[in-house]
Design a protein around this ligand. Structure first.
Ligand code: COA
Length: 635
């Protein structure tokens, strides 16, 4: 489960579900002026939310049978259907596990939380970069000088600290989905957090109080204090001095410990233990792990390819382009890494386990606005914050681990294909004008693009928010629904009238929208099935055949891992595929355009991010044509 879910559960942002948090670019007073300890979610006075429900077993099995059908042959389906029916038979193992889960659900406000954190993230052993951490590309900047580069980075730092101050003060406005208030606890986990690698499973560390950020430059780590003596956030001009000091401080060789965070988690876990044996290393690690966040000051990446600027930006933020470029100028375990490159590429990369996208994307919108509006004070009344280079003593074993990590990260970087583009023929508002749900429309186009390229449907994951419930995170929308596959087949293979095609499209949209409704109300099937399986494992019960059936594996082999991440600014989130033969596809539906980032692996001969992007554009346009010609002909 972990192998197939970790990357697929990446954070999304929904501007519509979030209140408009305002971050003024005017000099900080009141709310922003003092450093407060990070608040626990408990301290924030937000709406009391219902517990996460446990769906009915027969409802889940019905949906399971329905959604597995398009992915199997007739014979395979007959077996899988029977296995599912046996599982749900009266007095069978399914009923027994269901009762146990209902008991757990009655006692705990969120029966899923710990299982989800563990199986989707902390026990997942592949590197976090590409496989789990999403990156968010901010609008490109053009810096005419080193000072402009550093000044922009300083403004992003101050913008982020101001956002943190709003969260810490408990003054963040309540988020809503429609009229339902949403769980706000994720906001308290964006800052001061770090994932710590372990030999079998990782942990999350969260510093209660911290007064510094880590700046990484030329693969060197610097601790920069960002609050003044009275606890006020330092001015952008002061932070700029800190960054200037960092870039001038040291030009010697780097130990390259940042590369270790690009490794498989158990390899990094061993190296982390080894590093921790030395007191100097221990102090440096602690400074990084307990920092508020990381700012990576990147150099321009030297790459020879034909990629577009937007694709290059996405890749630099996702993986740093390898050992010779910026992959060592990172601490991929840190919850939040802001990145500003001297060539104007900027954005963030975040470690996914503590939080989904919405708090991150809100932060992004607000700090981008702040950085673009703010003009730096240009007087001499400024100070230089405390700024200290962190050092490491590497044993020969650790030196070797760094060398190996460099080789491995280069291989991973070589393997990732990205295609980031803006589809500009129409946007969200045009789809709404056709009286169709934009998200469902885009999801159908993604599945149809896969069918167009590969000739058959694929298991298709879309994240839905379950923040209506206490501690809620996500549920899977199974977007490979029979009605969607039916529309794709009709459209691609049959010569029907626009009206007939439009009817099939409407039915596909309605089916998707219906599944979204189930998912956001905690009534979809994937988290429920995970809970039943975890109970069997923990109770020493033989794993039920439902979970060993090939149909179950096929339906969880998410060859399409997709997310809507809405942001107001011209941004797009990106991440890697979650299966070797799959695609990652993230999108930001804007008013008049849709930003996409499609990824695939070079090592798989059947997938191609470039071709997928072309097929997707074609599907979107043809679907719009189906709808418009049907509507026009009925006038
Ligand atoms: N006709 C006209 N307008 C329609 C419509 C129709 N038939 N159906 C929907 N719309 C409108 C909506 O009212 C909405 O309007 P707005 O722009 O004024 O807000 C807009 O279209 C968008 O709705 P839709 O495209 O249907 O999607 P959604 O916004 O409901 O999003 C999900 C769907 C699944 C993305 C959302 O429910 C969700 O869960 N998002 C969060 C996911 C998340 O947090 N993930 C974290 C993962 S790590």
């Amino acid at each position: 489960m972990a192998n197939t879910t970790a990357g697929a559960v990446r954070g999304l942002s929904q501007k519509f579900i979030c209140s408009k948090h305002v971050l003024s670019a005017s000099p900080g007073v009141g709310l922003y002026s003092s450093r407060t300890k990070s608040m626990s979610a408990k301290a924030l006075q937000y709406a009391k939310l219902p517990s996460l429900p446990v769906p009915k077993l027969n409802q889940t099995l019905e949906q399971y049978i329905r959604t597995v059908k398009p992915l199997l042959t007739k014979d395979e389906f007959a077996v899988t259907e029977q296995v599912a029916k046996n599982f749900g038979a009266p007095g069978g193992v399914g009923e027994k596990l269901q009762l146990m889960l209902e008991e757990k659900g009655a006692k705990e406000p969120n029966w899923l939380s710990e299982w989800w954190l563990d199986s989707a993230y902390l026990s997942y052993r592949l590197p976090v970069l590409v496989h789990s951490n999403p990156a968010l590309v901010f609008p490109k900047q053009n810096f005419l000088s080193k000072k402009e580069h550093l000044a922009y980075a300083a403004k992003l730092i101050v913008g982020a600290l101001r956002y943190k101050a709003i969260i810490d003060s408990g003054k963040l406005e309540q988020d809503y989905l429609g009229k339902s208030p949403l769980d706000m606890s994720q906001y308290t986990k964006v800052f001061n957090g770090c994932r710590i690698p372990g030999l079998k499973t990782d942990t999350i560390r969260h510093a209660l109080d911290s007064n510094h950020v880590i700046v990484i430059h030329n693969n060197q780590f610097y601790k920069v204090v960002v609050y003044g003596e009275n606890g006020q956030i330092l001015d952008d001009r002061d932070i700029l001095n800190g960054l200037t000091c960092v870039t001038q401080k040291y030009n010697g060789p780097s130990a390259g410990v940042g590369f270790l965070t690009t490794e498989c988690r158990n390899v990094w876990g061993i190296a982390h233990e080894e590093l921790n044996k030395d007191p100097v290393n221990r102090a440096s690690l602690q400074a990084i792990e307990d920092s508020i966040f990381v700012m990576c000051l990147d150099k321009s990446s030297k790459i020879e390819d034909n990629a577009t600027v937007s694709t290059r930006m996405a890749l630099q933020l996702l993986h740093g382009y390898g050992a010779e470029n910026n992959s060592g100028n990172r601490w991929f375990d840190k919850t939040l890494q802001l990145i500003v490159s001297e060539d104007g590429v900027n954005g963030l990369c975040y470690e996914h386990s503590p939080t989904e996208g919405p708090p991150i994307a809100n932060l992004a919108d607000l700090i981008v606005n702040y950085a673009q509006e703010k003009t730096l004070r240009d007087d001499e009344r400024h100070l230089t914050p405390h700024c200290e280079r962190l050092t490491f003593n590497l044993t020969s074993a650790l030196d070797e681990a760094v060398m190996l990590a460099k080789r491995n990260v280069d291989q991973l970087v070589q393997d990732v294909q990205m295609n980031s583009f803006s589809f500009d023929k129409f946007g969200k508002e045009d789809i709404k004008a056709l009286k169709l749900s934009p998200d469902s429309f885009i999801q159908i186009a993604i599945q149809m693009a896969f069918i167009r390229l590969h000739g058959h449907p694929a298991a298709h994951y879309e994240s839905a928010s379950t923040r209506r419930f206490h501690g809620g995170r996500t549920e899977t929308i199974r977007s490979c629904l029979p009605e969607i596959v039916n529309f794709a087949n009709i459209h691609l293979k049959q010569n029907l009238s626009p009206q007939e095609k439009f009817k099939a499209l409407q039915s596909a949209v309605n089916a998707h929208k219906g599944y979204v409704g189930m998912a956001i109300n905690g009534q979809a099937i994937d988290r429920h099935l995970l809970g039943l399986k975890r109970l069997a494992i923990e109770g020493g019960i033989d794993i039920p055949s439902l979970f060993l059936d090939p149909g179950y594996s096929t339906s969880n082999n998410w060859r399409l891992s997709t997310s809507q991440v809405a942001a107001v600014n011209d941004m797009v989130m990106c991440y890697g595929p979650v299966t070797p033969d799959g695609y990652g596809c993230c999108y930001n539906p804007r008013r008049d355009e849709i930003n996409f980032a499609v990824s695939a692996f070079n090592s798989n001969p059947t997938t191609c991010a470039e071709k997928f992007g072309e097929a997707l554009k074609k599907c979107l346009e043809e679907m719009r044509d189906v709808a418009t010609s049907s509507i026009l002909s009925s006038l």
